[in-house]
Write a protein that binds this ligand. Structure first.
Ligand code: IPE
Ligand code: IPE
Ligand code: MG
Length: 249
């Protein structure tokens, strides 16, 4: 059978552009302990490996066109862990911020914090404040670190501030409420990723994730690499978001 020239020589009439990446990705970085356990190593080594993973992941999301990345590093519930683990975790976070802030700044990353600062160690608090100030005018990806963050605490803090401002019930709208959240200028997450197999939010971005797409992987956080970032973003590209409308097709 003769080959029809147009099969091979003519470019396809329609070029399919790749789907838009999520604008805001939020990640529940879970599984440091299980990663360590699976290698016969201490939980501390797991947290260190998890912290070492941050740099490549921030880059991978930035390179994928994501504009906002929020990383859940320490929850309001994580204080109940043994003291030495809590101290180690906060210390590792401080070291990473001190070590990486300058190069992230040079790459144009804008660093933010969501959560409560008052219960963190003064050293970590200062490291966060310095990194936020250093990078505040950058135009690259906005990286929000959620340290001592809880969705319920955030909602209560917002309600307290609303009451303190004397906002009356008739004036309260969703739009006004969101302006009282920790990072009112950051859009809601489009994609929430959770590593290490669990299927729960664990008090993360409760208000903001109302219409997020969820992606769970069994990969432990220290093993979540560039290829996993691509997989998550591709999965998002196959989702059909409807926001309450009628399904089409
Ligand atoms: C994530 O890893 C780090 C934090 C929650 C602070 P975990 O320490 O929760 O790891 P697993 O869930 O015990 O494996
Ligand atoms: C969620 O992980 C919090 C962070 C990743 C910082 P946890 O390990 O604390 O969550 P649970 O306890 O399994 O729900
Ligand atoms: Mg965990």
């Amino acid at each position: 059978m003769s080959r029809r020239p147009d099969d091979a020589d003519t470019p396809p009439a329609v070029t399919i552009s790749p789907p838009e990446p999520p604008r805001h990705v939020a990640v529940i970085m879970d599984g440091n302990g299980r990663w360590a356990q699976s290698r016969g190593r201490s939980r501390s080594e797991g947290h260190r490996a998890g912290a070492e993973n941050l740099r490549r992941i921030i880059r991978a999301f930035a390179d994928s066109g994501v504009e906002y990345l929020t990383l859940y590093a320490f929850s309001t519930e994580n204080w109940v862990r043994p003291d030495d683990e809590v101290h180690f975790l906060l210390e590792v976070l401080r070291e990473v911020i001190l070590r990486e802030a300058r190069s992230l700044h040079e790459e144009g990353v804008r660093i933010r914090h969501i959560g409560r600062l008052d219960r963190l160690t003064p050293e970590l608090r200062n490291a966060i404040r310095d990194a936020v100030t250093l990078t505040q005018d950058n135009a690259g990806i906005t990286l929000s670190g959620a340290f001592d963050y809880g969705g319920r605490a955030e909602i209560l803090d917002a309600v307290r501030a609303l009451l303190a401002d004397g906002v009356t019930p008739d004036r309260l709208t969703e739009d006004l409420f969101r302006r009282y959240l920790y990072a009112a200028d950051i859009p809601d997450p489009d994609l929430v990723i959770r590593t290490a197999g669990e299927m729960r939010l664990s008090n993360f971005l409760l208000w903001q994730s109302a219409y997020a797409e969820y992606y769970a992987t069994s990969v432990f956080w220290p093993d979540f690499d560039e290829a996993e970032v691509v997989k998550a973003i591709e999965a998002f590209g196959r989702r059909r978001r409807r926001f309450g409308t009628v399904a089409s097709g």
